[in-house]
Write a protein that binds this ligand. Sequence first.
Ligand code: FAD
Length: 288
Amino acid sequence: MKPAAFDYVCAESVEHAVQTLAEAGDDGKILAGGQSLMPMMNFRLVKPSVLVDINRVTGLDRVELRGGRLALGALVRHHMTATDALIARHVPVLHHAMKHVAHLTVRNRGTFCGSVCHADPAAEMPMMSLLLNASVYIASPRGARTVPAQDFFVGSLITALEPDELVTEIEIDTLPDGSGWGFEEFARRHGDYALAAVAVTMERRDGAASNVRLALMGVGDTAVRMPQVEEMLEGGGFDDALLDKAVETLRQQINPNSDLNASSDYRRHLAGVLTRRALRDAWVRAAA
Ligand SMILES: Cc1cc2nc3c(=O)[nH]c(=O)nc-3n(C[C@H](O)[C@H](O)[C@H](O)COP(=O)(O)OP(=O)(O)OC[C@H]3O[C@@H](n4cnc5c(N)ncnc54)[C@H](O)[C@@H]3O)c2cc1C
């Protein structure tokens, strides 16, 4: 299959990229890794008149530690996220999650920011952005703005981005030393998009859980954080009764879609099973 005809612009800078997008009106698209955009163009699900390739823009391929947060530039590939020493040291839950993302060839091209912009509800990066309180840095000809991940994901493949906007970087929390984390996902085959996944971080103080965070994907139109369940676990000792209550509440609060791969009921059940495992792992790691 081939895409519809389009003009190709190799952007020389962020300014050049957003100016070209603005000139294209509603009809331009940024090309990052191309691992989601190109298949969609080949199926003619999207037909941009202009492709703005940012791969030659310098300075966008860095991971930087900034005052307790990590900034990932728009050209940080999945492979880099999976192998970067700063990420492995400061955000081990993200380092681990990357093993579940696609295959090596896709990870060599696909970008963290591109995945967040694509906003697939079955992709790991939107979920990790929510878990890690990400800030999305955005440039356009009208200036710069920052959007919290919580406000960025609007629906399946829909974000708060305007047509003339480019995500330049995404900043995420690092985890305090000694934090526990858990990550669980279920996919039919390794490297496939998951049916559901869960990521957890927490600290453990005086035998009780604190700063619990819990995010899920595959259970609705966007990845989600579960603040009510997090609050329920805060200060708890993680016995079976508390975990049962947390899982029950979580299952009541999600409303997964049914599709060719799984029914809503199956996904709801799966989300509970994965959550229980991820919470247990995080609790045990936090104690170590
Ligand atoms: C076989 C296969 C298996 C895969 N499996 C998984 C998986 O298991 N888990 C997973 O998470 N993903 C998976 N993916 C998707 C992969 O992770 C993509 O790389 C990712 O979704 C998009 O990143 P990209 O850099 O390739 O973006 P592109 O495909 O270049 O762009 C995607 C969209 O985001 C926009 N965009 C990209 N970057 C920016 C930016 N900086 N600013 C504004 N807009 C931007 C584009 O215009 C486009 O609309 C898979 C892909 C393939 C082909």
